[in-house]
Ligand binder design. Structure first.
Ligand code: GRF
Length: 218
């Protein structure tokens, strides 16, 4: 099936951000919005963790936040929580759901409510090293180049259509921490740029491919 994500007519393209942790990607995106670097606004920031620093970073910037309990499961949202997340994002009238370190798998009802409108950043060059601690997987495997990937979210784990990727070298003497830090530095550039391209309608998704309009690139 072919589908497209395009910039809105009048009002700014609006993001709903979901995160569970530190929020460094969120900060990079929010700062790019505030400086006018990307033509988007942040409608709401949601977290499954009540004291997640990402909520503090959002409040400091005067953005609406909400903690929504994930319910009874460890790795996903239960039905009540899923409905609450959908309702909060719909109320904020978001055009794109941005996962920024959200540690819950989103499936079924949620992805149907925001069909082809959920993006994530993963700390490896997918399809290599999906899942947890991808930087550690890369180091243990012995690759010389890894990176980060912005992708649309589908029913699988880190399997959706790829929007943008950035390579990062693995250097002699790297530890898991040093490699992770280098990847995160790349993430903070790639993620805002990819979201900006979506907001400007410079990239559309067609089935498993994403197609960049003539002349557009990150
Ligand atoms: C990011 O580094 C990203 O790779 C992964 O979760 C991490 C979240 O970090 N999806 P932060 O909360 O943005 O600092």
């Amino acid at each position: 099936m072919a589908y497209e994500v395009r910039v809105n007519g009048q009002r700014k393209y609006r993001l709903g951000v979901l995160g569970s942790g530190k929020g460094s990607n969120f900060v990079a995106i929010a700062d790019a919005c505030a400086s006018g670097g990307i033509p988007v606004e942040i409608g709401v920031v949601l977290s499954d963790v009540a004291d997640a620093p990402i909520l503090d970073r959002a409040r400091e910037r005067g953005l609406p936040t909400q903690h929504i309990s994930p319910g009874q499961f460890r790795t996903k949202l239960d039905e009540t929580a899923e409905q609450a997340y959908i309702a909060a994002l719909q109320k904020a009238e978001v055009d794109l759901v941005v996962l920024a370190g959200f540690m819950r798998i989103l499936k079924g009802e949620f992805l149907r409510a925001f069909a082809h409108k959920v993006v994530n950043i993963h700390p490896s060059l997918l399809p290599s090293f999906p899942g947890l601690e991808a930087w550690k997987q890369a180091l243990d495997y012995g690759v010389k180049v890894t990176g980060c990937t912005v992708h649309f979210v589908d029913q699988g784990v880190d399997t959706g259509p790829i929007l943008a990727q950035q390579t990062v070298p693995v250097l002699t003497g790297d530890t898991a921490a040093s490699l992770h830090a280098r990847i995160q530095e790349a993430e903070r550039v790639l993620y805002p740029a990819a979201i900006g391209a979506l907001a400007r309608g410079e990239v559309v998704i067609q089935g498993r491919q994403t197609v960049w309009q003539k002349g557009a690139s990150i």
